[in-house]
Design a protein around this ligand. Structure first.
Ligand SMILES: Cc1cc2nc3c(=O)[nH]c(=O)nc-3n(C[C@H](O)[C@H](O)[C@H](O)COP(=O)(O)O)c2cc1C
Length: 183
C-alpha cells in the first residue's frame, strides 16, 4: 500500500466483527511498533494484548458511557494497551534533558501511530482511545509504579467503515519562517 494512501485512508473504526486476528498478522502489527522511532532509541513502550473477554469488559468500563469507542472495546477480538516506562525517554543520566521532562507520551504516540497504520495495511481497524480512567486501567492490568498506561485501541476487522472528519487547511497550521498562528 502506498504510504500517503495509508496515512489518508486510515480511519478510526468503532464497529468490529468478532473474527479473531491471526497470530502472523498480529506479529506484523507489533513489528511496526518495534521499528518506531524513539528518544535515543530508548523504546520506552510496552504493549499489553488483551483477549480475555472479562478483562476487555473491565477495560471498557474505564471509558465513560458517552465515549463512542466504549462498545468497540468489547466487540473487537483484541484490545491493545500501549504503556510507557517512566523516566527513560528524554532523560540523560537520570535527569530530564529538556524542559519537556518525560517524552514518554511522544514516543508511545509514535508507536501507536505505527501500530494503527500497520493494522490498516493488514486490513484491520483501530481507534486510539485516550479518554478513560487511566488509574483504573493500570489497576486492572497490574501496571507497576515505574510504568503507565497511555492509550488503548481495539484491534480487529471493521464491521462498518468510519467517515473522515474534516481536516484544517494548510494555511491554518503551516507557517513559513516564523510563528503566524493566533497569539
Ligand atoms: C490521543 C487520541 C485520543 C483519542 N481518544 C478517543 C477516545 O477516547 N474515543 C474515541 O472514540 N476516539 C478517540 N480518538 C480518535 C479521534 O477522535 C480520531 O482520531 C479523530 O476524530 C480523527 O478521525 P480519524 O481517526 O478517522 O481520522 C482519539 C485519538 C487520539 C489521537
Amino acid at each position: 500500500m502506498d504510504l500517503m494512501e495509508a496515512i489518508k485512508g486510515r480511519r478510526s473504526i468503532r464497529k468490529y466483527k468478532p473474527d479473531p486476528v491471526p497470530e502472523e498478522v498480529l506479529q506484523k502489527v507489533m513489528e511496526a511498533v518495534r521499528w518506531s522511532p524513539s528518544w535515543a532509541n530508548t523504546q520506552c513502550w510496552e504493549v499489553i494484548l488483551v483477549r480475555d473477554p472479562n478483562i476487555k469488559a473491565e477495560l471498557a468500563n474505564t471509558l465513560t458511557t458517552t465515549n463512542p469507542a466504549r462498545s468497540s472495546m468489547i466487540e473487537a477480538p483484541l484490545v491493545v494497551v500501549v504503556c510507557g516506562k517512566k523516566g527513560v525517554s528524554g532523560f540523560k543520566k537520570g535527569e530530564a534533558a529538556t524542559v519537556k521532562g518525560d517524552w514518554l507520551m511522544f514516543d508511545t504516540g509514535l508507536a501507536m501511530q505505527s501500530l494503527c497504520l500497520a493494522a490498516y495495511g493488514q486490513g484491520l481497524g483501530t481507534v486510539v482511545v485516550g479518554l478513560f480512567d487511566h488509574k483504573k486501567a493500570e489497576e486492572i492490568l497490574g501496571v507497576p509504579q515505574n510504568a503507565e498506561v497511555v492509550a488503548m485501541t481495539p484491534l480487529g476487522y471493521a464491521a462498518s467503515e468510519g467517515t473522515a472528519p474534516k481536516r484544517k487547511e494548510f494555511s491554518d497550521f503551516v507557517f513559513y519562517e516564523k510563528y503566524l498562528g493566533n497569539k
